[in-house]
Design a binder for this molecule. Sequence first.
Ligand code: HEC
Length: 162
Amino acid sequence: MLRKIILGGCLCTASFFLACTQQVQSGEQSNSSGTKELKMYQESELALLMRTMYDNNMELRQEIMEGKIPENFPERFYTIHTATISNGMSREKGPFEALADQYLNNMKAITRASSPREAKIAYNEMVMSCAGCHQIYCPGPLVKIRKMRIPLDETTDSNHGR
Ligand code: HEC
């Protein structure tokens, strides 16, 4: 019994190390039954969605940096409310649905921007809402997320330039 728990703990550490580095402690709870660890290697719907969001938003970033204002974003992002989370993690850890709504509202705000500058500011606010949720649930990708921000200064953000 004890051996199982220790082993579970190790597997758990290894798999979370890839994504949500500091989730190890909260991940331990679900490891008292012997079968659950194996599932941890499977990607959760939420983890897959997150990677799609990252890729899509990096494409949006490029467009916005070129001075375009995106008209929409993938409908699929709304599944953040229903996608299943990885074993060992729980939405109950914080106000997940409220943070998810904030993120979706920030996505919508980008499409409503009335100037390229406003689009950049709205985009950066959206990135902050990724970071806000990650501080509670999944600190691992925070460095990567912070790098998504668009630098705002006179040279990249003048009215006549891009
Ligand atoms: C409402 C909370 C929330 C928001 C908003 C959020 N995330 Fe996440 N993110 C999570 C959780 C929880 C996980 C862990 C998912 C799992 O393992 O099931 C995660 C996982 C990830 C991962 C790791 C996926 C993997 O390979 O395991 C990346 C990368 C990521 N998010 C990027 C982003 C980006 C980029 C944004 C904004 C565009 C974002 N997240 C917005 C909660 C959030």
